[in-house]
Write a protein that binds this ligand. Structure first.
Ligand code: HEM
Ligand code: CU
Length: 588
């Protein structure tokens, strides 16, 4: 390819001896393999989290009836396949914990962060490869600890993923003993994993960019991962500390969160949400970065407002530290303070809107290629707008008083986390699969997966707004106990049927991932005609990422349809002859 030809090819990256099976696939220090490990761990956990969702949806539509095919589950977890209240509590707790900490974060940050950062900035690996390996394996141990809690007496944690004290602090309140302790330990261990990862990402992006890769030439995916890593570095320790205090309360006889001993339950909420709101941006920023890259590539246009996109992400990250009180409007907070949090929350909508308009600006008059990756990226933008707009309403204190703890909130989280983050993940997987595995994914299967997912997703989660407005509480196992909820039973049934379709559709994604690995068309170096550096090396890249020298960067990442070249793309590493003098002068 012209782009690699522009770079002088020296001797191949010398490999003293090929590492064996264990060092290649299990205890690998290669960022690409670690990225794939995070991907597979997350897909496995997604199946478990998804199963919990399906069981909950059965319960909500047909409460206290037997779930077909689940007679084998032992008591007291299920009774002949019927779900008792405690189990429902455990399910929404584990569903959310798994989806947030073991699906979305490992894929967006663990998989894409690891796979893409060195390849997109022109580095041979992460700054600390051993730490990187340790980060994955620490995360895997955290996952095993969490899953083991399904098998202890009393079952897994049941106090919600938010683990509000005192509910979570006193075992008899939920009837869960070791399940909650293991939940705490798992998230603490996961915090250590995230810390290692974020230190590695930040160091790598600051220190290991190739020649010419100035900060304002970084692809937006890298910008987003950089900012995410900073949020991770600062937010996770707050959660880790809070959970350690919770564990002391449970096991050590302290009373940090227990009023009986002079403790303060609200302290938990403050600590949790001081972590929790930055956390939601940890789960959406990388998807925003991915969507930006995919949308620019398949519109064959430079991203509209590149710098504004980067600054908007910085603004979102900065503001994310001063909005946590919007989760606590009904905690008895002073209305003046509530208004303050309302205003900061509304302000954070501004950079998000800037990003949305920039995506639209990029699409405007673009030469749009409707690939599977592009469809998922477009769905990301659309669903993020719906989730973002409901967020603005929730930010209004008086509105939130009414919809707090209802299905309106459940609709909102799923529009942001599934509609946003997961569609971003689907876009990212289809876009970078050729680079990861050296084969193209099946476009037709990808489109079928996209359309079924997109339609059933909206059928599942949009009606939840209506349930919420009707007063349907979140986290209840049998809505039919309440007369005022009886008229909306049909809506709950419709939602559940849609959810089963949505869940089943994910097997198409899995099938595509597996089928394409063996049968997909061989991927060329740059199948999408994209500009960024990962497309200047073979698919999949060799150990050390480039067979020759590392490419040098001459321009920004989004020079599509540039008048300077005949093709509709101009890779970052392609030197145009009449630019050579200028480039030389600059580097001197
Ligand atoms: C087929 C897809 C899914 C379905 C049918 C589904 C369904 C549900 C249900 C029924 C609840 C419990 C509501 C309640 O009882 O209050 C719930 C809660 C939740 N889900 Fe999902 N979910 C799905 C996917 C996801 C994904 C992909 C994520 C994140 C990436 C996610 C994150 C959450 C969170 C954070 C909660 C909050 C639990 C709480 O109230 O603490 N869900 N979901
Ligand atoms: Cu928040």
């Amino acid at each position: 390819m012209s782009s690699t030809a522009a770079v002088a090819v020296h001797g191949a990256h010398a490999e003293p001896h090929a590492p064996g099976f264990w060092r290649t696939y299990i205890f690998s220090e290669d960022h690409k393999m670690i990225g794939k490990q995070f991907l597979f761990m997350a897909l496995f956990m997604m199946a478990i989290g998804g199963l919990m969702a399906m069981l909950m949806r059965w319960e909500l539509a047909w409460p206290e009836t037997q779930v077909p095919g689940f007679h084998w589950v032992p008591e007291p977890f299920m009774y002949e396949g019927a779900i008792p209240p405690n189990t429902y509590n455990a399910m929404f707790t584990m569903h959310a914990t798994i989806m947030i900490f073991f699906v979305v974060m490992p894929i967006l940050v663990g998989c894409f962060g690891n796979f893409l950062i060195p390849l997109m900035i022109g580095a041979r690996d992460m700054a600390f490869p051993k730490l990187n390996m340790l980060s994955f394996w620490t995360g895997a141990v955290a996952g095993v600890i969490l899953l083991s809690s399904f098998f202890v007496t009393g079952g897994p944690a049941a106090a919600g993923w938010t683990s509000y004290a005192p509910l979570s602090a006193v075992p008899i309140y939920t009837g869960v003993d070791w399940g909650q302790n293991l939940w705490c330990i798992s998230i603490i261990v996961l915090g250590a994993s995230s810390l290692m990862g974020s230190i590695n990402y930040i160091t790598t992006i600051i220190n290991m960019r190739t020649k010419g890769m100035y900060f304002f030439r970084l692809p937006l995916t890298i910008w987003s991962l950089f900012i995410t890593a900073i949020l991770l570095l600062l937010a996770l320790p707050v959660l880790t500390t809070a959970i350690a205090l919770l564990l002391f309360d449970r096991l050590g006889g302290t009373h940090f969160f227990l009023p009986a001993g002079g403790g303060e339950p609200l302290l938990w909420q403050h600590l949790f949400w001081f972590f929790g709101h930055p956390e939601v941006y940890i789960m959406i920023l990388p998807a925003m970065g991915i969507a930006s890259d995919v949308i620019s590539t398949f519109s064959r246009k430079p991203i509209f407002g590149y710098r504004a996109m980067a600054y908007a992400m910085i603004a979102i990250a900065g503001l994310s530290w001063i909005v946590w009180g919007h989760h606590m409007f009904v905690s008895g907070m002073d209305p003046v303070l509530g208004s303050g949090f309302m205003i900061t929350t509304m302000i954070i909508g501004v950079p998000s809107a800037i990003k949305t308009f920039n995506w639209l600006g990029t699409l405007y008059k673009g030469n749009i290629h409707y690939t599977t990756a592009m469809m998922n990226a477009l769905a990301f933008v659309a669903m993020f707008v719906i989730g973002g707009l409901s967020g603005i309403w929730m930010a209004c204190t008086p509105v939130d008083m009414y919809i707090h703890d209802t299905y309106f909130i459940v609709a909102h989280i799923h529009y942001v986390l599934f509609g946003g983050s997961l569609f971003g993940v689907f876009a990212g997987i289809t876009y970078w699969y050729p680079k990861m595995f050296g084969r193209m994914m099946n476009e037709r299967l990808g489109k079928i997966h996209f359309w079924i997912t997109f339609v059933s997703f909206n059928c599942t989660f949009f009606p939840m707004h209506i349930l919420g407005m009707a007063g349907h509480m979140r986290r209840i196992y049998n809505p039919q106990q309440y007369d005022f909820l009886k008229p909306i039973i049909p809506i709950n049934e419709f939602i559940s049927i849609s959810a089963f379709v949505l869940g089943a559709a994910q097997f198409l994604l899995l099938a595509n991932i597996i089928w394409s690995y063996f049968k997909g068309a061989k991927a060329t170096e740059n199948p999408w005609h994209a500009n960024t550096l990962e497309w200047t090396t073979p698919s999949p890249p060799p150990h050390g990422n480039w067979p020759g020298t590392v490419p040098i960067v001459y321009r920004g990442p989004y020079e599509y349809s540039s008048p300077e070249v005949a093709e509709d793309y101009l890779p970052q590493s392609q030197l145009i002859e009449h630019h050579r003098d200028a480039a030389d002068r600059r580097s001197r």
